[in-house]
Design a protein around this ligand. Structure first.
Ligand code: NI
Length: 183
């Protein structure tokens, strides 16, 4: 299977709104989903969105665990969940409460930042099999969904941060949290 390449942080494709997926049953799109899942795994991502590899469509993957079921090396507290493709996602309801948490991004390598996110959300999306589903996410998964959804809107996490919170290097992140990450 052909490998996908991650775009550089400054690529203009990362800051534009992605278009709706119209036909997700075609074989090329199904292959692309598998490639995107694999690209996330190769880079130890807990999520990856199509625009991050230069495909401006409303699709992202949530994969908070490594392939072998062990905790993700970059986010050891992530809960278990099979790699899931979310197509044409929508946020139906957002809790009024926010929580700040550390985020990184495969498109912003070498940095972490504290990002406020809604603590709970109700969402809808189409599965890769064409089924429209509604799901409630809280905590880490709510944060992950909001981060990946932002990629479809052309928004990277640093622009969600509050002015008093700086982006930190991985070295500073380790000193602050004790978590040692490579990227
Ligand atoms: Ni990201």
């Amino acid at each position: 299977m052909e490998s996908l390449a991650l775009l550089n942080r400054n690529d203009p494709q990362l800051i534009r709104q992605a278009g709706m997926v119209e036909d997700f049953s075609n074989p090329e799109f199904q292959t692309f989903i598998d490639q995107l899942i694999r690209c996330g795994e190769e880079n130890e991502g807990v999520g990856i969105a199509a625009p991050q590899v230069g495909h401006s469509v409303r699709l992202f993957i949530m994969a908070p665990r490594s392939k072998d079921g062990s905790p993700n090396a970059r986010y050891p507290d992530a809960p278990g969940m099979e790699p899931t493709a979310l197509i044409n996602p929508e946020i139906l309801r957002r809790a009024d409460t926010f929580e700040k948490g550390w985020e990184g991004c495969l498109s912003v390598p070498g940095f972490r930042g504290l990002v406020p996110r809604h603590t709970e959300i109700d969402v809808a999306y189409t599965t890769r099999f064409g089924e429209r589903v509604e799901v409630h996410f809280a905590g880490f998964l709510a944060r992950l969904f909001q981060h990946e959804f932002d990629h479809l809107e052309g928004i990277l996490f640093p622009s969600r941060m509050e002015p008093q919170d700086p982006l930190v290097s991985l070295e500073e992140y380790k000193a602050l949290t004790g978590i040692d990450v490579k990227r």
